[in-house]
Design a protein around this ligand. Structure first.
Ligand code: FE2
Length: 203
């Protein structure tokens, strides 16, 4: 007898989006917004039963950035980062605030600071484990390099940014101090459909 896996609990993601949309209506400053948003993202990534399968797909060569939601007014976006075994980013910035919630596996992050024209590691690398949250911001630490903590399995983190992050003009850096612009875009052509409530009894 085969067991049918239960459907993802999209209600968790819808609840997060509803509540985060309320926050960006009321809090326009980064500090209070992140303070209020932190527990919401914490609650979302505390459970690993809601991520649409299409947003959990890795790529053999590159980490993936699957868009889950983009606020129509550009106030925030939510992206599923899927790390294949051993994959990592270049050193990069964000240009807007970001909150990273670990959903599955683990990732390492190393912040960088520019010293005498070169990018050097700032502080110890940190490891983000499931349920934990990290932040980036141009007002604090915004330049880092991130990697899958595992070389033998996929890791997934959920990122919330203070803009339509796939459209933001950003930069990647090399340790010797050179840099180049990039706009990340998104890995998928379609956003997973979490809004069909017909099988959940409608509203
Ligand atoms: Fe980043």
């Amino acid at each position: 007898m085969s067991i049918t896996p239960s459907a993802p609990n999209y209600a968790r993601l819808r609840h997060f989006l509803t509540e985060f949309s309320r926050l960006v209506e009321h809090f326009h400053q980064e500090k209070p917004l992140l303070e209020k948003g932190h527990p919401l993202l914490s609650e979302l990534v505390r459970h690993d039963d809601w991520l649409p399968a299409a947003a959990a797909v890795p790529h053999p060569q590159h980490y993936q950035q699957h868009l889950l939601y983009a606020d129509p007014q550009g106030r925030f976006s939510v992206v599923s980062f899927v790390w294949g075994p051993g994959q990592q980013t270049p050193i990069h910035n964000h240009g807007v605030w970001g909150m990273i919630g670990m959903l599955r596996g683990a990732e390492h992050s190393q912040f960088y600071a520019k010293v005498k024209g070169k990018w050097v590691a700032e502080g110890e690398a940190t490891t983000l484990n499931p349920g934990e949250i990290a932040t980036v911001s141009p007002n604090a630490q915004d330049v880092h390099q991130v990697s899958n903590a595992f070389t033998d399995r996929v890791s997934i983190s959920i990122h919330v940014y203070g803009a339509n992050i796939g459209a933001v003009h950003r930069r990647v850096f090399t340790p010797n101090g050179s840099d180049k612009p990039f706009i990340s875009g998104y890995s998928s052509a379609f956003i997973p459909n979490i809004w069909d409530l017909s099988k959940e009894g409608g509203i």
